[in-house]
Design a binder for this molecule. Structure first.
Ligand SMILES: [Zn+2]
Length: 482
């Protein structure tokens, strides 16, 4: 589906030019009768002028064309890109020829741009089919051999392998009819030590290239990996060659010069440091040699002897100091152990004494318990029957007089072993007091401490007090002792 055709008299005609590049109107080849005998420049098969549905003019092969014609096999997308590039070249004031082949057939440019003065040529190649870096480099070299620069253009979303290996760009095909085509890969800027992707409209980009504002620039090897955010994700791309401005190329050079200068400075500093280190070692070696020489003289030998002697003394001192420190530590440890043993012994002695006292007390109590009934009986036998009666009467009276309570006197004695053989007397609802407990039996009746105790007289009261009762709990009846 070529844009160009061979006219039998005018030669090459170009459907993208208003006058078909030959002073000819489209109507003079389109649907004319009789037909103009147009042929394909590639395969020489007959072609006829035609419109696409959106009014793009082109030449269509007649039926039965050779299947291998590469112009016929180009896709619609390829054609649109060629058309766009040709338009951009013309808009920049250069000539654009489509589908221009080399005289020897070694290349055929999709769009050949020629400067107004005819001195410069740049081929714009729409490269849609896959090609290796080696092959595309070889084709670039073939153009260069004829003094033709080239820019390879891919419209594929995924950048091809050769992008950034030869002078090349990727373009974004517009989604709407009137929207511009945009270069979004292959155009780069250098600043702050790194390359970055830049975008420009294809028309603008072509103008800059043709006017010499952009040139291919080799990226230095350390700067070839470039990060770019694609669809919100970070991706790294390897680009050896960028279309870039003179400023960016110079910025990269300056950056590289600065890096080399710094490396050189660092190298010189390291060398100077190595030199200083070597000097220092040399001085040390010399000093050692001088000392060895001196030590070989009689004075030197004497001095060394003295030094060795001093060192021996010093070592001996250190040994002695350490031994003394160890002895001191051992003494302190002994002292601590001795004190611990003493404290242990004191505790053991105290415990033994306490146990012995307890045993004695138990024996005493048992003996007292054994003798208690007899002692209690003897205690009350100290009083005659009358005297005993008087005692209880006095208690009764005192209770009535002082507190207005009547106490019940137990008939016929009632001495209680639990109250040291004293006689408990009760009011109607409580224990009122204990009459005449036996002082000698108090150790067996500790609960007496909480009750009122009645003593016959001062002598008995003192005896009770002496055995542990509190004086304020003891009420003296002050009856005459027998
Ligand atoms: Zn053909």
């Amino acid at each position: 589906m070529p844009f160009t055709a061979l006219h039998p008299e005018l030669g090459r005609i170009d459907s993208t030019q208003p006058d078909l590049g030959a002073g000819l109107a489209w109507s003079q080849v389109h649907k004319v009768s009789p037909r103009v005998a147009l042929t394909c420049p590639e395969c020489a098969w007959g072609v006829h002028a035609k419109h696409s549905p959106n009014r793009v003019r082109f030449f269509c092969h007649d039926a039965g064309r050779p299947p291998e014609c590469s112009l016929a096999n180009e896709s619609w997308e390829h054609h649109m890109l060629k058309l766009e590039m040709a338009g951009a070249v013309r808009a920049a004031g250069w000539f654009a020829e489509l589908e221009v082949a080399a005289a020897d057939g070694s290349w055929r440019a999709d769009v050949m741009a020629t400067s107004p003065d005819g001195t410069r040529r740049i081929a714009w190649e729409a490269q849609l089919s896959p090609i290796t870096v080696e092959d595309i480099q070889a084709r670039t070299d073939r153009y260069a051999a004829e003094d033709v620069a080239v820019c390879w253009v891919s419209p594929h979303k995924r950048p091809p392998v050769w992008l950034g290996a030869v002078p090349s760009i990727r373009v974004r095909v517009p989604e709407q009819a009137q929207a511009p085509w945009v270069v979004d890969d292959g155009l780069g800027g250098f600043s702050s030590g790194t390359w970055s992707f830049q975008e420009a409209e294809l028309c603008q980009f072509v103008r800059w290239v043709l006017h010499g504002l952009l040139s291919p620039c080799q990226s230095l090897s350390a700067r070839r990996e470039v990060m770019r955010i694609v669809d919100g994700e970070h991706h790294w791309f390897r680009r050896s060659l960028w279309w870039t401005s003179r400023q960016s190329a110079e910025a990269q050079d300056a950056h590289e010069q600065e890096r080399l200068r710094r490396e050189e400075a660092a190298r010189q500093r390291a060398e100077a440091a190595r030199g200083r280190e070597a000097q220092r070692k040399k001085r040390e070696a010399e000093a050692r040699a001088r000392r060895e020489q001196w030590l070989a003289t009689p004075e030197g030998r004497k001095a060394r002897q003295r030094q060795l002697e001093l060192r021996r003394l010093k070592d001996a001192q250190v040994v002695e100091q350490r031994a003394a420190a160890r002895r001191l530590q051992a003494r302190e440890a002994d002292e601590r152990a001795r004190r611990r043993a003493e404290a242990q012994e004191r505790r053991a002695r105290k415990l033994a004494a306490e146990q012995e006292r307890e045993v004695r007390q138990q024996l005493f109590r048992r003996e007292l318990e054994r003798r208690a009934p007899a002692m209690g009986e003897a205690w009350w036998a100290l009083l005659s029957r009358e005297e005993a009666k008087e005692v209880f009467r006095t208690v009764f009276d005192a209770a009535w007089r002082r507190e207005g309570v009547r106490v019940r006197i137990p008939p016929g004695g009632g001495a209680a072993a639990g109250f040291a053989y004293g006689v408990p007397v009760h009011t109607s609802n409580r224990l009122y007091g204990i009459v005449r407990p036996c002082p000698a039996l108090l150790p067996l009746a500790p609960q007496l401490t909480y009750h009122q105790v009645f003593a016959l007289n001062a002598q008995e009261a003192e005896a009770l007090e002496a055995n542990g009762l509190r004086a304020d709990r003891i009420t003296r009846l002050d009856l005459a002792a027998r």
